[in-house]
Design a protein around this ligand. Structure first.
Ligand code: ATP
Ligand code: MG
Length: 758
């Protein structure tokens, strides 16, 4: 008899679930049930094999994925068992481990986790302290460099050894200070969560031994997107029992830009010659027409990797639609209208729809279109709940109640609400604390207890600072005895946030922001089950860790809504109806990747990921014109569209196209092919050979061959340096398409543009 946990799985999937000894690798295409197998395997291990939940470690890509997995697991084996499985992202799991064991690294367990915004604040402060101008040295790039080093397991000392450029010198100086600063604040950044855990394991073999002993089964989803430090963690904790279960899809690797290494998988295979490799071939997610389009995109990849073909028995289904909109606004309006249309026709919920795009900025037009039609939506990314100013203020208060040495949070709220503790007072306090080599909080205590000799501030400022210290100290005294919700309540009683918000933002916006704060009270209810003293630390940890995808679940997201999401964040998810927007050169592939063949291939895989999210209906859209960087340009449809055979696509006209003036069609017939909005493509060359319809008068000149070719580097007086994407003769003119980093893709007439070769 088939075991109940194997019902609903095909033979290959069952094999994967039952392969419970030694290293196992499942590399299989999208929608083939990898994640489902992982969930069933955990249930099987617990219910059938008798493994204790506590002995299983399962790493998922997002917190949302972890929550969903836990929910499914609860349905399979009951909540209490599911609860004890160690499940989460690398970051959340490491945070838990460090909370327990970081004292071995001479750090205190009540560390705070700095999110992207806090990291930027520290970096800016460091640049100021080093007297470096923010204009010259972008704090973001410096931090990105430090982050990349940490993900490669390169600490300050090792970084110092490899410095080879002036920029690196600067980064090194910042890196040293940054580490000191975080240490002084008892804070860790995201990367530290992973790096410090590896340090902990490598310097303290007795600690590692404990973890490696505990985790009898180590499982990782989306393994193709792990970076060096993550994989090192997997190897460390898995080494005790050698029961690895790694699943992923090489074709879906889209995080190389964040240090993900495909080599991890290859090296794993080499290190474990006994690895069982289990393929999964049937796709249960999408219809055949959708899979055909996805397959044609990935088949054109230069680097054909592990191509296991996937098949589906859902042969019927609508053809994939290709839609050209006039501009980005029409694109958004059209999508919203189409959602209204098929929602009514097919009786769908708004949850069935997702709009996916390459960059966050593209969401705005869609948000507006949804709002004007009264369609609810869930924005993934953008200004997330926990990044809203009023929420960050409350969270900063909660952080210093938990750990008053967290200077970033302390300085954030020392003057919120305005207590006349201005920048100068703050700088003097900071300087004073630095001179005494104590934290600002310690300095405040000195003031209040009157133990300070010659404190740098007096009078009103001193009074205000002391009031602030007393406020925080008073709340700190309560922190172990009050539930999180009660603690927030006390804070709101003592700090008049509501009036403050109304005064600052006016009645309407003030009320809206106040509602956000009340929403935070709702969030605190989720921690009721924990012991009182654990609620605040756990809450702070989770706030820092909510990854972008999690905003799907925040605030009012319990009601159905259209999902607006970037392609990167859509990984692993599925929706019945998917719109892929902005399939244009410069957006997908992104302008930043255009001069690097490797990055172009990653963009291709990103489109592959996008197309394979759709279950029943897929729309691919591009706009004829798009505004970027404050100007509107004609666009070129994405090169990847050119890889899809025509008969797999159905061209779906937008409303405006139907009202196109007749001359447009005639223009298409003219001897100089011009891309004309709404015209049907006559051959696949249309995709790559687009040109604008409004052109300046041509200079008189003999026809000649194109003098630029793809890859040439050029300089333009306004746009700076760029790389030629393509060039062709249009009549007598040479039309050069150039990608200018940060400025977008421009089509220029060589005779006018005065390009210089570089
Ligand atoms: P991705 O690579 O996109 O992460 P995946 O391989 O993890 O995809 P899943 O998300 O696990 O795929 O599965 C895709 C869909 O197919 C899910 O809705 C899942 O429930 C369903 N599914 C998987 N296996 C089966 C099966 N044997 N019978 C019915 N449905 C299945
Ligand atoms: Mg999956």
């Amino acid at each position: 008899m088939t075991h109940p946990l194997l019902i609903g799985l095909n033979a290959q999937q069952q094999r994967a679930v039952q392969a419970i000894h030694g290293p196992v690798l499942v590399l299989a295409g999208p929608g083939s049930g990898k994640t489902r197998v992982l969930t069933h395997r955990i249930a099987y291990l617990i219910n059938e094999v008798g493994v204790r939940p506590y002995n299983i470690l399962a790493v998922t890509f997002t917190n949302k994925a972890a929550r969903e997995m836990r929910e499914r697991l609860s349905n399979l084996i009951g909540e209490s068992r599911a609860h004890d499985v160690m499940m989460g992202t690398f970051h959340s799991i490491c945070a838990r481990w460090l909370r327990r064991d970081i004292q071995h690294l001479q750090r205190a367990n009540d560390f705070v986790v700095y999110d992207a915004d806090d990291q930027q604040r520290v970096m800016k402060q460091i640049l100021r302290e080093l007297d470096l101008s923010e204009k010259q040295y972008n704090p973001r790039s410096i931090h990105a460099r430090i982050s990349a080093a940490k993900n490669e397991l390169i600490g300050v000392a090792e970084f110092a050894r490899s410095v080879s450029s002036y920029f690196d010198e600067i980064v090194l100086r910042c890196y040293e200070r940054y580490e000191k600063q975080l240490f002084a604040n008892n804070a860790l950044d995201f990367d530290d969560l992973l790096l410090k855990t590896v340090n902990l394991f490598e310097y303290h073999s007795e600690v590692l031994a404990r973890y490696a002993e505990r985790y009898v089964h180590v499982m990782v989803d989306e393994v193709q997107d792990t970076n060096r430090v993550q994989f090192s963690l997997v190897n460390h904790v898995g080494a005790g029992h050698n029961n690895y279960f790694l699943i992923g899809d090489i074709q879906q690797s889209i995080y190389a830009w964040r240090g993900a290494r495909l080599a991890n998988v290859r090296e794993f295979e080499e290190a474990h010659p006994d690895v069982q490799i289990i393929p999964l071939e049937q796709n249960y997610r999408s219809t055949q027409p959708i899979l055909d389009v996805a397959q044609s995109i990935i088949d054109a990849a230069h680097d054909r990797r592990h191509t296991t073909k996937i098949w589906t028995d859902q042969q019927d289904g609508d053809l994939v639609s290709l839609v050209e909109a006039y501009d980005h606004n029409e694109e958004a309006r059209w999508v919203a209208d189409e959602i209204m249309r098929i929602r009514g026709r097919d009786g769908r919920s708004l949850d069935d729809f997702a709009v996916m795009y390459r960059t966050n900025a593209q969401s705005r037009a869609f948000e507006e279109a949804m709002i004007s039609r009264g369609l609810r939506y869930k924005l993934v990314g953008g200004t997330r709940f926990y990044e809203r100013k009023e929420i960050k203020d409350i969270v900063a208060y909660l952080r210093i109640i938990h750990n008053p040495h967290d200077e970033v949070s302390l300085l954030r709220v020392i003057n919120v609400p305005g207590r006349s503790i201005g920048d100068r007072t703050q700088q003097e306090l900071l300087q004073w604390a630095r001179n005494l080599d104590i934290s600002i909080w310690d300095a405040l205590e000195l003031l209040v207890t009157n133990e300070a000799q010659n404190p740098p501030i007096g009078g009103r400022a001193r009074n205000a600072v002391e009031q602030f210290q007393k406020l925080v100290a008073g709340l700190r005294d309560l922190r172990h005895d009050l539930m999180l919700g009660e603690l927030i309540q006390r804070l709101l009683e003592r700090v008049p946030f509501q009036e403050l918000l109304v005064a600052e933002y006016g009645e309407e916006e003030g009320a809206e922001r106040w509602e956000n704060i009340l929403e935070l009270q709702n969030v605190s209810m989720e921690y009721l089950a924990l012991p009182t003293e654990d609620q605040l630390p756990r809450f702070l940890e989770e706030v820092a860790l909510v990854s972008d995808v999690d905003s799907l679940d925040t605030t009012k997201a319990r009601e159905p809504g259209v999902t607006l999401i970037t392609l990167h964040q859509a990984k692993g998810l599925e929706y019945p109806v998917v719109f892929l927007a902005g399939l244009e050169e410069g957006l997908l592939p992104h302008g930043r990747s255009i001069d690097d063949p490797e990055s172009i291939e990653e963009e291709r895989r990103l489109l592959y990921v996008g197309t394979t999210r759709a279950k029943q209906r897929l729309y691919m859209l591009y706009a004829f014109k798009r505004a970027t960087w404050g100007r509107t340009d004609l666009t070129i449809p994405s090169r990847f569209l050119g890889d899809i055979p025509k008969d797999l696509l159905q061209r779906t006209p937008t409303r405006e196209v139907k009202q196109m003036p007749v001359h447009a069609a005639t223009q298409w017939q003219s001897s100089t092919p011009q891309r004309t909005r709404g015209a049907q493509p006559s051959s696949s060359s249309m995709w790559s050979g687009a040109s604008g319809s409004a052109r300046p008068k041509r200079p008189e000149r003999e026809p000649s061959a194109a003098s630029y070719s793809a890859g040439d580097k050029v300089r333009h007086a306004n746009f700076g340096e760029g790389v030629v994407v393509s060039s062709k003769m249009v009549g007598d003119d040479e039309e050069v398409t150039v990608a200018f980093p940060g400025k977008g893709v421009k089509k220029l007439l060589a005779a006018f543009a005065k390009l210089e070769r570089v």
